[in-house]
Structure formats: structure tokens, C-alpha cells
Design a protein around this ligand. Sequence first.
Ligand code: DCP
Ligand code: MG
Length: 367
Amino acid sequence: MDKAAHHRKIIHIDMDAFYASVEQRDNPEYRGKAIAVGGSPEGRGGVVATASYEARKFGVHSAMPSKQARQLCPEIIFIRPRFSVYKEVSQKIREIFGRYTDLIEPLSLDEAYLDVTEDKQGIGSAIEVAKLIKQAIKDELSLTASAGVSINKFVAKIASDMNKPDGLTFIGPSSVEAFMERLQVEKFFGVGKVTAAKMKGMGLHTGADLKTLSEEEMVKHFGKTGRFYYQIARGIDDREVQPNRETKSIGAEDTFPYDLTEADEMLTELDRLSEIVARRLQNYQLRGRTVTLKIKYSDFRQITRNQSFAEPVGDTSIIAETAKKLLLATEPDGKSIRLLGVTLSNFGDLLKPAKDDHSNQLELFEE
Ligand code: DCP
Ligand code: MG
């Protein structure tokens, strides 16, 4: 038996400039042009959902205010998103994945983990399966995807991002450990800005640096996720690819670099977090009935408050208003707050992508 047989074979697939590529495919006049999906046509308000690679050359990227995108790239064309089309494409790529494995864990409309340790067609090579999937996406949908192939989810996900667009990156069993040692901590999936800054402050810049800390020390400094980082730094990630897991909640939270004490500041943060949550809901094509506000005070006391609606909600304004009302009911002025979080849950069953394992929590709550 060869050595590789002891390892899982995991593929992470992520579509290239997803919404923008679909728009360029369906509207030939946009091909080769700098386009942004989302944001307002005049570049007045809103943020960019994604930009074509032509626009990215000017520095335009997801979540950038459209005004700034217009400044960086005056000829940029703003396009209204067509979510129903993206959802349709998403279903088609899942159908292609399904030819090779039933162990498919979608992370959003445009990305998924696949376990092809035993692929349905007996191909045996995960690299070959990834090539066939990329080719099918090209032939049948006229779109490109990038794939990462490795022995676990964590490394596969990082790998898929390394040679975009139209990339295929393989990190084999014997290279995983060295790969993780060289990896900068900010590239660690799940490490947000605040955590990365904290790590750097401690002189921890790479996976190799993280390995100098014991598991106990990691937990002491980084809480529960410290244990996860401890393992990941060693290239160990035993999480299974979980098909058909339901998304139970989508949220965003932020630990502030300094404690907030003024209600005005807190309300501004809630506007920002609500916008992130609304955008994520849109990416998953979900709406929820319950808005939950999480508050962590500087003394680490934590409370949550929630409000439920008869009908599912998903717009920034409703989420923000609800979160702010919940905050004001706690009489926050003068209190010292180090973290705020906004979460939507209690979804209708519009779509049931995978979710809620450790990786997704990390992703969904990225600062
Ligand atoms: N998206 C969004 N808002 C964000 C990030 C993404 O609305 N802040 C949407 C638009 C993207 C889609 O989700 O097309 C997929 O997100 P990705 O992060 O995979 O970005 P892209 O597929 O656009 O580009 P890449 O080629 O870097 O994967
Ligand atoms: Mg993508």
C-alpha cells in the first residue's frame, strides 16, 4: 500500500471572480473590461461585491466602497448583481462535483470542499479529479475555477487561492508540514486582523513561530481557537468534509483595538457589522427571523440579546436597526465594551449550504 493511502484526499474549489465572471460570460460587452458587481452605478454608495480581474489591477476589491473603486479606476463599470443566476451556476457546479463524490461541503455559492479519498469513478488521483472538474466547469459553464488539493481542508483552502485564476495547486503529504511552517500567520484561514496583530506583537510571524508555543500557551493567549492553531501549525486538521450541513447562523463580530465607551461609537460599529452580515446573507441567499446582538465587556462579561420577526429579514437597515435597539436597551453609554457581534439565525430553507463546523465558524466570524 502506498503512503498516500493513509491520508484523505481533499479538494477545495473556488470560482474565479465569481459574480464578475458570470456577468462577463453573459454580457460579451463586459469582457476584457474593468467591472464591479454591486455598489451603486454612479459610484455614490454601497460596496463592491466583487471585481473582474481587469478591475483588480487598479486595486479594486470586494467590500471596497464603490466611490473609492471609481477613484482608483475611472472607467469601471458597475453592474447590478443577479443572484438568481449565481445560484443557478452554483447548483450546476455542485452537480459537476457530484459526478466524482457525494462528500461535498459547500462554503458559499462559489466554493466547496470535496473529499475524493474514494472518488465515484475510481480515478484515484485527486489532482486528476480536480483537473476534470475544472475542465467540466470550463466546457459546460464557460467559467474558470481554482482548485487546491491536499490531505486536509485547511491546506486545500489555502492552496486554492495560491494560483488564481484558473489555478491548480497541490500540496502533497510530505510538503504539508514545511508549507505550514513557512506560511505567514495572516494567511491562516480564520486568523483575523486583531489576532494577526496580536501574534505579530508576540513575535509570531509564521507557522514555524507558532510551533514554538505549547498547546497550553496557545490556549492561554488565543482561547479555544488556540488549540486549533496549535494543530494547524503542525499541518494537522482532522475535520471531515461534511455534506448537507445546514447553516444555522451567519454573523460578524469584532474585537476592538481599544474598548468602546461611547454609545455613538458602538452604534457606528453596529452599522458596519450589520452591513457585513447582510452581505454574507446575500452571498448565501439566506434571510433569518432572529437577530442576535452579542456584547463582551472589558471585564470579559458577555451578554446576548435577541429579537425575532414573523418573517425572515436580511436587509442591512433592519438588521442594523434591530441590533442598535437591542444595544440601547442595555444602557451602553459609559460602559466599556471590547467586542460587539451581530448574528442572524432561524433561517427559512431558501438554500441549505454546508456550515457550522469549526472552519465555518472561523470564516463567518472573521474580524
Ligand atoms: N462576495 C461579496 N462580498 C464580499 C466577498 C465576496 O458579495 N465581501 C461575493 C462576490 C464574489 C463571491 O461572493 O464573486 C465569491 O467570493 P470570493 O471571495 O470567492 O471572490 P471571487 O470569486 O469574486 O474572487 P476570487 O477569484 O478571488 O475567488
Ligand atoms: Mg471565488
